[in-house]
Ligand binder design. Structure first.
Ligand SMILES: Cc1cc2nc3c(=O)[nH]c(=O)nc-3n(C[C@H](O)[C@H](O)[C@H](O)COP(=O)(O)O)c2cc1C
Length: 250
């Protein structure tokens, strides 16, 4: 790791890594990442995130099958980030106090905030340590099974996972849309005429995607349309799962 790299440079150069060397994190590295997650900002100081390190090979295989991505649970380490309102429920129950607020959408959003911030803190720390990461929203492909496999109680929800390891590839930096389409002053501005995306569409098409280098990359606007126009959302029961976990009742 080049010691002269600033945090800001690191963030500007970051990219998702999906191929890792056949080695796990050392206990020291993993513990360090967990310390970083532990110190992440937390809404209302409620600390509503729990992290599960999946080391069991059979479990890893099962999770890989759900995610349908060969790098999941393969080389490197698999870490699941769980929105966890159950721990605070246990505290309230033992103190003999009602905790109806834990069933609210507000509490769930706070838990999601904590969980994603913890996950991103881990990503940043891992990258600063020379490691690479890929977020795995794909655990949502079959979230009920993930809940069962990890023995997650009511009032918890597995939000996202990470595969972290020693990078065995250097993907291109994936270009983002220009700031004038994403950042405004004082009020929102609808500046989204398609022609304002034309140049960005061209840039995106030049991106060389290591995931499938045989296919050319579609322009951004087309990617948006094809992802959002028809029922590629195979996770339509997500609200039901969340509510079955006792969350978001009102
Ligand atoms: C919440 C979240 C979930 C994601 N889930 C997956 C996933 O399941 N599999 C995957 O390969 N990449 C996943 N990604 C990575 C994105 O595909 C990636 O960040 C995006 O294409 C931009 O590329 P870059 O990170 O290399 O800049 C996820 C990213 C985020 C933020």
């Amino acid at each position: 790791m080049n010691k002269l790299t600033t945090t800001e440079e690191l963030l500007l150069q970051r990219r998702t890594v999906r191929k890792f060397r056949n080695q796990s994190l050392t206990l020291e590295q993993y513990t360090r990442l967990m310390e970083v997650a532990r110190q992440a900002p937390t809404s209302n100081f409620l600390q509503q995130c729990t992290i599960i390190h999946v080391t069991d090979m059979h479990l890893r295989e099962q999770i890989r099958a759900i995610c349908q991505q060969q790098y999941v649970g393969a080389n490197g380490d698999l870490i699941v980030f769980v929105v966890d309102l159950y721990r605070n429920h246990r505290i309230c129950a033992q103190l003999g106090l009602a905790d109806d607020a834990l069933n609210s959408t507000d509490a769930f959003i706070q838990g999601m905030e904590d969980t994603l911030i913890a996950a991103q803190s881990v990503v940043m720390a891992a990258e600063a340590m020379g490691l690479g990461c890929v977020y795995l929203g794909s655990i949502q492909n079959d979230i009920r099974s993930i809940i069962q496999m990890l023995h997650l109680p009511k009032l918890t929800f597995p939000l996202v996972a990470l595969q972290v390891g020693v990078p065995d590839q250097m993907p291109e930096l994936k270009p983002r849309m220009p700031l004038n389409l994403r950042s405004f002053e004082n009020s929102y501005q609808d500046v989204f005429d398609l022609n304002h995306f034309a140049q960005y569409d061209e840039i995106v098409q030049t991106y060389y995607d290591l995931r499938d280098s045989s296919k050319h990359v579609d322009p951004f606007t087309q990617q948006v349309a094809s992802k959002l126009s028809h029922t590629c959302f195979k996770r339509n029961d997500i609200l039901k799962v969340i509510q079955d976990q006792g969350l978001c009742q009102y």
